[in-house]
Design a protein around this ligand. Structure first.
Ligand code: GLC
Length: 593
């Protein structure tokens, strides 16, 4: 997919970048095309952000791979769904060794997806539908095809070009052992790869926390900092409303390269969440704040400690970060409630709004996850053939949709979750995700949630590609998705799609929803009930019996049928409560006797 010739002139000379020359070069050119963003300084505090995995969203040119023209043609769909922003997973020039998270040029669109002019037009057109664009920035590493890395390889040991990365001699008499035993972020496999010199002899090793095609950048190097701030400006100049920051807690490494201590309490980790990282994001925040229209920084921060997590959200750092703690929890009232409480407690001191995320392009689809005996999520536990009950999973995913849409803060929606798509068992010989191979074939990888969307029709490609397409979808769609197409669901009032549409419509108009406080309401065991604003009550039943609804004046929306004024198991309802005080009386099941 990558023509090396296209990458040849991508690196601006370090000196030009460092003096801000890039900014001066870019700004006049885009001034005429850059769209104005609505002037709402707090849009991101309540936003519904839809994640587009470009490769699998919609294929306009019929090659079996999604593209920007496909997204462009579906903007009315996203407007009707009711989203405020699109987050695009990386759309840059890339050999796709890791689905585009191996970027060869952050200022060019991969030709498989389209062109820079199309991206600019898409950002502007989306704004005419009231939809902002968030681009994905991958700062921890680049593609091994990136000009900087190619230059580093060519320049050889000890060169300034190599200082932008982590090149080190190996250990042992002949340097045949990697410099550290740091574990891979991809479950298995090496984190160092040995170079081979022009003489064919093995040389230094370079660090890659992910695949060998993703060399880690050295964030102690001034070029790396300056280049990324210039990249942010490049996209903000083109109207991007924000950036999602990939692997945001990994950037800084201890240059002394000690081993990871076995005892996590034994001092700072050599590569996770190091204190110096915050200075980088303070610089990024200054860049974002330089632009009108509230440009936001969203961090992909996988950290267990809620206080360490919240440090990224201090007022001069990132605006928000994905709440993976909630996402990974099992379908269990006590566990979800504990996560909600911990999330609110961690965010309050820094004044940042929480986010609610049920899935993304890396994790098992909620319909499949929630239908399993163990409905929690952990990368290390993914295995082929784990049984799941799709009916149960779909019921719970519907309930989870209403639960999360009612919680305070912003909401992320991964493409296809609004259709209730299940995780696909991708055939082993079709799997492209490097996680699969790196696990020695044990882990199914992440392609099961990346299968191209079904839009219409009774058989593949289900409108993902045009009917006269030259290519098949890059991953095979299962036949049962005929029932889950947008076309089929639009015509069914009870569909997942119509549930999401209604939920997002209510969320927009309901004053208590989005950012703001919430109050738990006393409820029977395994029921999550909370009030938002003056006149809104959300109730989710995670018990295994139907419960009578609390006193209410009206039902706004329910994820399941409410026969006899009861909320069935694994269902949520949004109500106009009868009484709005937090001690609202609830008719417990025992009262019925
Ligand atoms: C993030 C992305 C994931 C990617 C990894 C390396 O976790 O979400 O898809 O593989 O970073 O860039």
């Amino acid at each position: 997919m990558t023509d090396p010739a296209l990458t040849a002139d991508l690196a601006l000379p370090a000196v030009a970048v460092a003096t801000g020359a890039t900014e001066q070069l870019d700004r006049p050119r885009v001034a005429a095309v850059a769209p104005a963003l609505p002037d709402d300084p707090v849009w991101w505090r309540s936003a519904v952000i839809y994640q587009v995995y470009v490769r699998s969203f919609a294929d306009a040119n019929g090659d079996g791979t999604g593209d920007l023209a496909g997204v462009q043609s579906r903007l009315p769909y996203l407007r009707d769904l009711g989203v405020d922003a699109i987050w695009f997973t990386p759309w840059y020039l890339s050999p796709l060794a890791d689905g585009g998270y191996d970027v060869a040029d952050y200022r060019a669109i991969d030709p498989a997806f389209g062109s820079l002019a199309e991206a600019e037009a898409l950002i502007a057109d989306a704004l005419t539908y009231g939809i902002r664009t968030i681009v994905d920035i991958v700062p921890n590493h680049v593609s091994d095809q990136h000009a900087w890395f190619q230059a580093a390889l060519a320049a050889g040991p000890g060169s300034p070009e190599r200082e932008r990365f982590w090149f080190r001699p190996g250990r042992g008499a002949s340097g045949h052992e990697p410099p550290t035993r740091w574990p891979s972020e991809f479950l298995g496999g090496q984190t160092w790869t040995r170079t081979v010199g022009p003489d064919g002899l093995p040389g230094d090793w370079y660090l890659h926390l992910f695949t060998a095609e993703q060399p880690d950048l050295n964030w102690d190097h001034p070029d790396v900092r300056a280049e990324h701030e210039a990249i942010l400006r490049f996209w903000f100049d083109r109207g991007a409303g924000g950036v999602r920051i990939d692997s945001a807690a990994l950037l800084v490494k201890d240059p002394a390269m000690p081993e990871v201590p076995e005892d996590p309490a034994a001092g700072e980790h050599p590569l996770h969440d190091r204190d110096e990282i915050h200075d980088i994001y303070r610089g990024w925040r200054r860049v974002a704040d330089d632009y009108p229209g509230a440009r936001v920084l969203v961090g992909e921060v996988w950290l267990e400690d809620p206080d360490r997590f919240a440090r990224y959200l201090r007022p001069d750092e990132l605006h928000t970060a994905f709440n993976f703690d909630f996402m990974a929890r099992p379908w269990d009232a006590a566990s979800l409630r504990a996560s909600i409480d911990a999330t609110l407690a961690a965010h309050a001191p820094v004044g940042a709004p929480p986010t609610w995320v049920l899935s993304n392009h890396d994790v098992t689809r909620p319909v499949t996850r929630y239908g399993r005996a163990d409905s929690s999520f952990a990368f290390a536990r993914k295995r082929f053939g784990t049984p799941s009950d799709p009916t149960l999973g779909r019921r719970r995913a519907r309930a989870a949709a209403l639960l999360t849409a009612a919680l305070p803060g912003s909401l992320y929606l991964y493409q296809g979750d609004e259709l209730g798509l299940d995780e696909v068992d991708v055939a082993r010989d079709e799997i492209q995700d490097p996680m699969h191979a790196r696990s020695g074939g044990v882990d199914p990888g992440r392609d099961g949630c990346r299968v191209p969307l079904p839009w219409s029709g009774a058989e593949p490609p289900f409108g993902f590609s045009p009917s006269d397409a030259r290519g098949r979808p890059w991953l095979t769609q299962p036949p049962h998705w005929a029932q889950l197409t947008v076309e089929a669901q639009a015509a069914d009032p009870g569909s997942m799609l119509n549930l999401y549409r209604a939920a997002l419509r209510i969320r927009r108009s309901e004053p208590g929803l989005g950012d703001g406080p919430m109050t738990w309401v006393p409820a029977p065991p395994d029921i999550l009930a909370f009030q938002r604003g003056d006149d809104f009550l959300s109730v989710t039943n995670l018990s295994d019996a139907a419960v009578p609804l609390p006193p209410h004046r009206g039902v706004l929306l329910a994820s399941a049928d409410l026969s006899d004024a009861h909320l069935p198991p694994d269902a949520s309802v949004w109500l106009r409560p009868d009484r709005v005080s937090t001690d609202a009386a609830w008719r417990l099941p025992d009262d019925d006797r």
